[in-house]
Design a protein around this ligand. Structure first.
Ligand SMILES: Cc1cc2nc3c(=O)[nH]c(=O)nc-3n(C[C@H](O)[C@H](O)[C@H](O)COP(=O)(O)O)c2cc1C
Length: 172
C-alpha cells in the first residue's frame, strides 16, 4: 500500500514553540488562503478567523484569552482564533466546516515548514468579548503556529500510534 502524503504523516502539534521565530506576511496569507479553499456545506464558508502575529496589537489581545489557560502557546509566532456561525437549519455542519478549514490551514502550515497546535483551552467568553464576537458567531478553537522550540519532538506513543483501531478500520 502506498504511504500517506508526508504533509500528513509528518504533521505533529508542538507543545512548546520557538519564541524567536518570525512568520512572514506571505506565510500568514497562505495559511488563510488554504482555509478559505476548504469545502463547506452549501458553500456557506461559516468560519471567521482572528489572526495575531507576535508583537502586534491583535496578538496582545488574543494573549489575554490564552494567558493562564495555555501559556505554552504564547511563544508561538502566530495565534489564530477560529469562530463558526452557529446558525442555519443544521449548525452542526458549520462546526464541521470550521474544523475542515483549520485542517486545511494545518496542512498548508506543514507545506510551509511550520507547525500548528490547535487548542480548546482558552477563555472563550473573554475572547468573544475582546473581539465583539456575538451570536450566532461562536469562537471555539485557537491555533498556535510557528516553529517548535529546539528539542521539541512529537509526543511519543500518542503520535506514533497513528490512529485508533476504530478510526483506522475499513469496512468490507
Ligand atoms: C479540537 C482540538 C482541541 C485541542 N485542544 C487542545 C488543548 O486544549 N490543549 C492542548 O495542549 N492540545 C490541544 N489539542 C491538540 C491535541 O491534543 C493533539 O492534536 C493530539 O494530542 C494529537 O497530537 P498530534 O497533533 O501531534 O498528532 C487540540 C486539538 C484539537 C483538534
Amino acid at each position: 500500500m502506498a504511504d500517506i502524503t508526508p504533509l500528513l504523516a509528518d504533521r505533529w502539534s508542538p507543545h512548546a514553540f520557538d519564541a524567536t521565530h518570525v512568520i512572514s506576511d506571505e506565510q500568514v496569507e497562505l495559511l488563510l488562503e488554504a482555509a478559505r479553499w476548504a469545502p463547506s456545506a452549501m458553500n456557506r464558508q461559516p468560519w471567521s478567523f482572528v489572526v495575531g502575529v507576535r508583537d502586534s496589537d491583535t496578538f496582545a489581545r488574543l494573549r489575554t484569552a490564552v494567558s493562564g489557560y495555555s501559556d505554552w502557546a504564547l511563544d508561538a509566532s502566530t495565534l489564530v482564533l477560529g469562530a463558526y456561525e452557529n446558525a442555519g437549519t443544521d449548525p452542526d455542519y458549520a462546526l464541521y466546516d470550521l474544523g475542515q478549514a483549520v485542517a486545511h490551514m494545518s496542512v498548508q502550515a506543514e507545506a510551509l515548514g511550520l507547525h500548528v497546535r490547535q487548542f480548546a483551552t482558552f477563555d472563550h467568553a473573554g475572547a468573544a468579548r475582546e473581539f465583539g464576537i456575538a451570536a450566532p458567531w461562536r469562537p471555539i478553537i485557537m491555533a498556535a503556529i510557528g516553529l517548535p522550540a529546539p528539542g521539541q519532538k512529537p509526543e511519543g506513543a500518542l503520535h506514533e500510534r497513528g490512529c485508533s483501531g476504530l478510526s483506522a478500520s475499513v469496512a468490507g
